[in-house]
Design a protein around this ligand. Structure first.
Ligand code: SF4
Length: 596
């Protein structure tokens, strides 16, 4: 088996969650991951493929999934057995602040001569603080780290791997690497300019063929799974863009955050034809849905039209998201090209003032018309997302969002329509670093409890998500955000059951889980308030662990509500094998590079 040059490790949110009693709450109800956030960023696959293309073997090990699937999985033993020139760890989403650094410490202890490299949005934002942790040798900043990471790996392969050991490390070469943060032999930290920021995504391969090949090469499907239930529900993502034209107040992926943190003046788009090709290639091995990340109208009308022409006739399920209202003609074109399409809309609030303050420009009338067009043109389903914890949003306003959803569901039920499904969840656990609300909290009515990376790391160990939240607002404190979330979740679940968009037994089970979570939250609060001895407090919190673990999955809605039926063989192994063999032939026949 080939020894990889780089192993990319994905840590759980909190290390080791298996031994801690933390009521995570509904922080991950609306994403495929569990609250451990075991899904690795899509950048892992693009980086791995990019490096492989240049002859550097790269392996992905999803430690979080391995730990979730096997309570006896020994992380230390597994890491000890790994052998690579360097180890890469993502700190992309801030909820990984704890796990990623703990895993880095372990890697450094077990493989002291191997460099540890960090990357991702949160690594970029907190790079000055992150590089100070003893286990961190390098950080590759920016939203597109494939190129700089390749340069760093080539440097390391050329003998720089002894860095930062005393000797004669070639600092002149390191100084030239774009986007890099590094330490010299004295431990002094250096930040190179963030200049690598490609204008398009066309230099990447986003079709997961590298993942398929690596699974065979390392005989390790378990470590490549993007999230725990992926084989049962193999949803994959296709990427249209890095960056955004919008400026939603709490979003770390907004235009102003990309400008200030990633030095990106304009979004980088994937060409529409390549996007269609990515989706078709995923469809060769998977029957699962493909989620197209980014509104396909964002680069302009020509982009959507070219994409729809290129993907026309693709019959497998595709999810598209809308950042704004859309005309009937748009849905007609989508339906012609993608007969099996589902629409995702984040309305955030029923209140137009709250929605506008968040950064979404459309009126209720406009989006309701869009919803009707999507249904009339034949979308399979339409998910409508609302959020708790917004600027200008009160407890009462959250309850009115549920009333609004109820009125809508009743209207649709009367027309025999059950395809619209509303969801509500909290902005949790963190307002994104780099977002407007994080940078200017007072201006936007936010009060932050954590500012530094270390403060967020410590917050993640709190016994319930109320204490993990890094914010409260002028309109709701943390208690009210939690109370509004559970009450709105409870009511939303009941009205969905009543309208028949979810089965009665699903609604009943969710109602029980919400009641259990609310009770547990109360018990945790009482322990925190009344138990002053830290040892006793720890003991009493730990006594709740079994009940807390049971309440940690699918709190305010059942995860399965987000899934669409996937028929037949979900992953077609024969097609996957054919794809691998065909890629190997292509590789064999391709002209060799001098270094190969
Ligand atoms: S939340 Fe708003 S700013 Fe963030 S990616 Fe979506 S549309 Fe863009």
């Amino acid at each position: 088996m080939a020894i990889p040059d780089l192993i990319l490790l994905h840590a759980p949110s909190v290390y080791d969650f298996r031994h801690k009693s933390i009521l995570y709450g509904p922080v991950s109800d609306l994403v495929p991951s569990t609250p451990v956030f075991e899904m690795y960023p899509i950048g892992f696959t693009t980086m791995a493929e990019y490096l492989e293309r240049s002859g550097l073997h790269t392996r992905i090990v999803n430690l979080a999934v391995r730990m979730l699937e096997d309570k006896n999985f020994n992380v230390e033993e597994a890491l000890r057995k790994l052998d690579a020139l360097a180890y890469g760890i993502d700190l992309h989403w801030l909820p990984h602040a704890h796990g990623s650094i703990e895993v880095a410490n372990m890697v450094k202890r077990l493989h002291p001569a191997s460099p540890v490299i960090f990357g991702g949005f949160s690594s970029t934002y907190f790079h000055r603080e992150l590089i100070q942790y003893p286990a961190v040798d390098f950080i590759v900043r920016g939203d597109s780290t494939e190129g700089p990471l390749l340069m760093l790996m080539q440097y390391l392969r050329g003998g720089g791997a002894s860095h930062p050991a005393p000797g004669a490390p070639d600092y002149r070469a390191l100084e030239k690497l774009p986007n890099l943060v590094w330490k010299d032999a004295d431990g002094s930290c250096h930040t190179n300019p963030l200049t690598y920021c490609p204008e398009t995504l066309d230099d990447l391969l986003l079709d997961y063929s590298h993942v398929l090949r690596s699974v065979v090469r390392y005989r390790d499907l378990a470590s490549y799974k993007p999230f725990r239930n992926w084989l049962q529900y193999p949803i994959t993502a296709a990427l249209t863009v890095r960056g955004c034209r919008y400026n939603c107040v709490t979003c770390g992926g907004s235009a102003c955050t990309f400008r200030s943190v990633h030095n990106r003046a304009q979004p980088a788009f994937r060409s529409p034809e390549k996007l269609a090709q990515d989706i078709r290639r995923i469809g060769e091995f998977s029957h699962g849905p493909v989620f197209v990340l980014g509104d396909i109208r964002q680069p302009g009308p020509d982009y959507a039209e070219r994409f729809l022409n290129a993907i026309a006739g693709y019959k497998k399920p595709v999810f598209i998201e809308l950042f704004d209202a859309a005309p009937r003609e748009f849905f007609r074109r989508v339906a012609e090209a993608l007969p099996n399409f589902t629409v995702e809309i984040s309305m955030e609030s029923h209140d137009e003032g709250v929605r506008r303050a968040f950064g979404r420009p459309y009126s209720n009338a406009d989006i309701e018309a869009s919803i009707n067009y999507a249904l009339e043109e034949g979308c399979q389903r339409l998910d409508l997302f609302f959020m708790v914890g917004l600027k200008k949003q009160t407890y009462q306003s959250v309850m009115e969002t549920v009333d609004y959803s109820q009125a809508m569901l009743r209207r649709y039920k009367a027309a025999g329509e059950h395809r619209v499904i509303p969801f509500i969840s909290p902005l949790a656990p963190f307002v994104d670093p780099g977002s407007q609300a994080f940078e200017q909290p007072e201006k936007h009515g936010y009060r932050l409890f954590c500012r530094t990376l270390e403060e967020h790391r410590q917050a993640l160990l709190a016994p319930s998500w109320k204490y993990v939240l890094n914010y409260e607002t002028d309109w709701m404190n943390r208690d009210q955000i939690v109370a509004a979330t559970y009450e709105a979740g409870r009511r939303m679940n009941l009205i969905k059951g009543e309208a028949g968009v979810i089965a009665a037994e699903v609604a009943e089970a969710t109602d029980l889980r919400i009641a259990q979570a609310t009770r547990l939250m109360g018990e945790i609060d009482r322990i925190m308030l009344n138990t002053h001895d830290s040892g006793e407090r720890h003991l009493r919190l730990h006594e709740l662990k079994q009940r807390v673990d049971n309440a940690n999955l699918s709190t305010v809605c059942d995860k399965s509500e987000l899934e669409i039926p996937v028929g037949g063989m979900r992953i077609n192994m024969l097609q996957a094998a054919t794809r691998i063999v065909s890629d190997w032939w292509d590789d064999l026949l391709a002209p060799r590079r001098p270094e190969d």
